[in-house]
Write a protein that binds this ligand. Sequence first.
Ligand SMILES: NC(=O)c1ccc[n+]([C@@H]2O[C@H](COP(=O)([O-])OP(=O)(O)OC[C@H]3O[C@@H](n4cnc5c(N)ncnc54)[C@H](OP(=O)(O)O)[C@@H]3O)[C@@H](O)[C@H]2O)c1
Length: 176
Amino acid sequence: MNQFALITGASKGIGRSIAISLAKRKFNLLLVARSAPELNALKLELSSQYNVSVEVFALDLSVHGAAKRVTEWCTDNAFPVSALVNNAGFGVWGKFDSLSIDEQLNMLQLNVTALTELTYHMLPILRQNQQGYVLMFLVRQRIRQCLHWRCMRRLNHMFCRLAGPLGMNLKIHPYQ
Ligand SMILES: NC(=O)c1ccc[n+]([C@@H]2O[C@H](COP(=O)([O-])OP(=O)(O)OC[C@H]3O[C@@H](n4cnc5c(N)ncnc54)[C@H](OP(=O)(O)O)[C@@H]3O)[C@@H](O)[C@H]2O)c1
């Protein structure tokens, strides 16, 4: 298979598990997270064990312009990406006024802004393939006073509505 899956937050947790799972299905992988040592260790492990091509990009996705840099990395190297796994993120839980505003803004930047920007910029690449997939990681807990939950719910609805106009071959799969 000459198709690539781009996975954000692939250095540990769910993203790492998805990377292993897709390598077993013979997807070539593009792994993004901040921790270069973990990404490189995973690259070595997966490329030798499953005989797939693995490339890594260590960067902080919450920094302005990072999502665009990831897309440029894909276009510059002509990676035929057919699956985008929007997994990088974190949650701070609690009442809005009891949490640090900087931490909440950074969370929104990563979980909402960077995710939206990366999806937007990656769509033309995904559309070049017969089938394109976008996997979204949202939130399940109904903590209504939590800014994170409210924003992610709205994002969920927005992307679900967007899935139709995006075209028949591209489906947005919200994972809650
Ligand atoms: N676990 C749950 O119960 C649960 C429930 C609901 C939703 N989720 C969502 O599912 C996703 C994965 O959860 P998880 O439990 O696997 O989290 P995790 O173990 O903390 O892993 C998060 C991943 O995101 C990367 N990451 C964090 N900040 C980043 C940044 N600024 N730039 C680039 N990469 C960054 C981390 O790598 P580096 O630290 O190397 O950057 C890591 O690879 C998250 O979006 C989370 O909000 C999880």
